[in-house]
Design a protein around this ligand. Structure first.
Ligand SMILES: [Cu+2]
Length: 490
């Protein structure tokens, strides 16, 4: 209430000071509706969540310096919460159930209002139960205050299953319990499990399809381009449990931002894209007519997804959804190479927070320092200090770790110092260590978790707590809240 009236007072002042259309534009409220809908995936019907503005537009756009003024309307049958991934919002607006707010009940609305300090390619998604697997996720594009418009193509990439994710999760735990029962000494790591289950698959889950902007390659989006034109690709990994190689085919691309943070440009036609990460790549369309598939290859599978850039008179090729060989698994080669365009100024590190990442295959419990959410004892940090997050992945599976409300910079991989890229999500390789640094400039209770949805459900989640910042919910309230509703309605 205090917050709202404060904003209204601010707006009022704003109108007096700048009685222009600009002030009005920055205050414009957007109603974002979360709905239930039926889509067709390769001809088969499936019920999923949809996210749209009142005008039907998918996702959100904003402008750096403007107000993010969004009312989330829950038009579904289930409680939900949306989180703005990578955004430096105040803690109250972070959208995490039983941490920053209660779930939004069916038929209810919830307002979010804060100033957009960043620009680039972001996304948002449900932070509640398994809703993200049923497509409760969408792009959030913020244009720079002085950015010139350019030709763009957005690829919002998701993994898809016809199954109820509740069943997927139960099977993961059930299978593993069965496997554990049949063997006294169960190895801890995933690759061994993969072999046991006869899947050349590094992901826990076998998906029915991979989507780009909700479409498979059997009916891909075709974006018309001009010969010689430069196109900015905004590629977002909004998947629940899949990492990808982005393949530009015949085109050479220049990667210039990761997680919306500028990097020293890197040329190439293949890039790694872990869960939660975003890549901004510029490609130049060659002279003459032509069609150029932009593909994403889920690691460890023979699948692919993507869209096609095609000049006006080019024939659009039919593309197979499968690849000839198994797509390679991500590694840390790209992270070792990438450098922030504007690295953090050097500052002494005042605190190093060690996070041991482990998995217990018998129970499918994924832990941080041996703890399972919500039974956690978070580190406390002081404001306005340089701190370090030290990830020590003791498991045989990579964990894409995401920290809310802050931008970090990667400084060390497996003991080797680097002046790496900035971002909000980083894929910590199996049996590897990684260090990132950040400045504690955004007081709150902030989530730190693995972005593999089923690992998150399995407990791989904690918070970083600013000293003296009040916690809104107790562990008991979190436990009780989690038990209230079904994991997934469909
Ligand atoms: Cu994980």
């Amino acid at each position: 209430m205090i917050r709202k009236s404060f904003h209204i007072a601010l707006l009022f002042l704003f109108f007096i000071a700048f009685p222009s259309t600009h002030a009005a534009a920055s205050a414009k409220q957007v109603h974002l509706q979360v709905i239930e809908k039926t889509i067709r995936v390769n001809g088969k019907k499936s019920k999923v969540f949809g996210i749209q503005q009142r005008n039907g537009k998918f996702g959100l756009t904003g402008k750096e310096g403007d107000l993010f003024n969004v009312v989330v309307e829950n038009k579904t049958q289930v409680p939900l919460v949306l989180h703005w991934h990578g955004i430096l919002s105040p803690n109250d607006d972070d959208g995490v159930p039983y941490v920053t707010q209660l779930p939004i009940q069916p038929g209810e609305s919830y307002p979010y209002e804060f100033k957009l300090k960043q620009a680039g390619t972001y996304w948002f998604h449900s932070h509640y139960k398994l809703q993200e697997q049923k497509l409760m996720a969408a792009p959030l594009i913020i244009y720079g205050a002085n950015e010139k418009p350019e030709k763009e193509a957005m690829l919002f990439i998701q993994d898809f299953t016809f199954e109820n994710p509740r069943e997927v999760y139960a099977k993961l735990r059930g299978n593993l319990q069965q496997a554990a029962a049949s063997s006294d000494k169960m190895p801890m790591d995933m690759p061994t499990m993969g072999k046991k289950m006869a899947m050349p698959d590094v992901s826990d889950v076998k998906f029915d399809a991979y989507l780009t902007n909700h479409r498979t390659l059997s009916n891909p989006q075709v974006i018309r381009v001009k010969p010689g034109e430069t196109v900015r690709l905004r590629i977002i990994n909004g998947s629940a449990s899949s990492n990808y190689y982005v393949d530009l085919g015949k085109l050479q691309g220049t990667l210039f931002a990761v997680d919306a943070e500028p990097v020293q440009p890197v040329q190439g036609s293949r890039f790694q894209l872990a869960i939660g990460n975003r890549l901004d790549i510029r490609v130049q369309i060659p002279p003459g007519q032509g069609a150029y598939p932009i593909l994403a290859l889920p690691e460890g599978t023979r699948q692919r997804t993507g869209l096609i850039l095609a000049t006006t008179h080019a024939a659009v090729p039919r593309l197979s959804e499968t690849t000839e060989s198994v797509n390679p698994v991500l590694n840390d080669e790209q992270e070792k190479k990438l450098k922030a365009l504007h690295p953090f100024p050097l500052r002494p590190i005042k605190q190093s927070l060690l996070y041991n990442l482990e998995g217990d295959m018998k129970t499918y419990r994924w832990t941080i320092n041996g703890e399972v959410w919500p039974y956690v004892t978070p580190y406390k940090v002081k404001p306005n200090q340089r701190i370090e997050l030290y990830f020590n992945n003791k498991s045989g599976m990579a964990h894409p770790m995401h920290f809310h409300g802050h931008v970090f910079q990667i400084t060390e991989i497996n003991g080797k110092k680097i002046n790496g890229r900035k971002g909000d999500s980083v894929n910590v390789m199996p049996h590897s260590t990684m260090k990132v640094v950040l400045d504690t400039e955004n007081p709150g209770i902030w989530m730190l978790h693995c972005h593999i949805l089923y690992h998150q459900m399995g407990g791989m989640m904690t918070t970083v707590n600013y000293e003296n910042y009040p916690e809104r919910f107790t562990t008991e309230q979190r436990v009780k809240g989690e038990q209230l509703y079904d994991l997934s309605p469909f």
